[in-house]
Write a protein that binds this ligand. Structure first.
Ligand code: DAH
Length: 337
């Protein structure tokens, strides 16, 4: 029996020496109810009274040995696992990190915001109008009846015969005057559409910023002062503006407005194509027909309006010579602003 116990101790030792030893299986094999050591203890009854305590003591020693060895092994295995985990999951905190990309406003949106800020600073409110518009607001109410030649230059995309994608932000003038009685002082930035082929200066979708002021006693002088303040704030203090007579059906008189080239100061350079001046917008005094159509008495009130291209202002300000850059979303281009 003594030999048997020694054998058990030795077998357990060998098994526990293995790195991956299955401790629970070993425990059951030797110490479990039907385990080998338990088997030996059960047979103790057959021993002589003199042998029994010796064997009993040895059996206890073997049991204790196996129990301790299992516990030690469990601890060793736990440490090993932890060490492995630490080794495998090690983070090299000195590796260069991946900086999260922080977005920013598109150059067009930056300039739109700048323009808005300038006019808000002068007391204008910002209103929005629909991009899908009635023919009535886009043309008729702006003194452009059916078959008027001005429609040719603003051909757009039609949804039905009388619903279209607006070709200008000017319809917001009418929508505003219908809803709100003077004094009116608003700007309205937004997308407009024309059926133009894409090239360096054309796009079927672009952006305008409309302005409208209606009150008693508004004159062309107010228009000039407002636009001059805008131009100086946008392009620099030395900037001058120039009015050239023009025709728009919804203003009378009408003008195209240029700013002095802020690169050459008027001498002529690449940006202004040798002109010294750069056209930035159309403007004029609101036509009496337009006021009347909105229920505003032109004998009592007068107003001015203007509309400018946001792309145009952006391209001038940043010296961009091809409009397509603004829509291609090439991150290398956008990151320059
Ligand atoms: N809507 C015109 C265009 O797209 C620009 C314009 C001219 C707007 C004169 C105005 C204005 O408000 O008074 O060509």
């Amino acid at each position: 029996m003594k030999e048997k116990l020694e054998q058990i101790r030795e077998a357990a030792r060998t098994q526990l020496a293995e790195a991956q030893a299955d401790l629970e299986a070993i425990r059951i094999r030797y110490l479990g109810k039907k385990g080998e050591l338990t088997g030996v203890l059960r047979g103790m009854g057959q021993l002589s009274a003199e042998e029994r305590p010796k064997i009993g003591q040895l059996a206890n020693e073997v049991r204790e040995y196996i129990e301790n060895a299992i516990a030690e092994k469990a601890e060793a295995q736990r440490k090993d696992a932890l060490e492995n985990k630490l080794k495998n999951e090690r983070l090299d905190v000195t590796m260069p990190g991946k900086a999260p990309e922080i977005g920013k406003r598109h150059p067009l949106a930056q300039i739109q915001k700048e323009m808005e800020d300038i006019f808000v600073g002068m007391g204008f409110g910002i209103v929005e109008g629909p991009e899908v518009e009635y023919d009535y607001y886009n043309f008729q109410a702006l003194n452009i009846p059916e078959n008027h030649p001005a429609r040719d230059t603003q051909d757009t995309f039609y949804i039905t015969d009388n619903i279209l994608l607006r070709s200008q932000t000017s319809p917001v003038q009418v929508r505003t005057m219908e809803k709100q009685k003077p004094p009116i002082r608003i700007i309205s930035p937004g997308r407009v559409y024309r059926s133009d082929a894409v090239d360096a200066t054309h796009s079927p979708l672009f952006h305008q910023l409309e302005g409208l002021v209606v009150d008693k006693g508004i004159t062309m002088g107010d228009l000039k002062g407002t636009l001059e303040t805008f131009a100086k704030t946008m392009f620099g203090d030395q900037t001058q503006i120039r009015f050239r007579p023009h025709h728009f059906p919804f203003t009378e008189p009408s003008a195209e407005v240029d700013v002095s080239c802020f690169v050459c100061g008027g001498k002529g350079c690449k940006l202004c194509k040798g002109e010294g001046w750069i056209e930035i917008l159309g403007a004029g005094m609101v036509h009496p027909n337009v006021l009347r159509g909105c229920g505003i008495d032109p004998e009592e009130y007068s107003g001015f309006a203007f509309g400018m291209g946001i792309e145009r202002v952006t391209m001038i300000k940043y010296g961009i010579d091809d409009m397509r850059y603004l829509y291609e979303n090439d991150i290398r281009f956008l990151n320059e602003f």
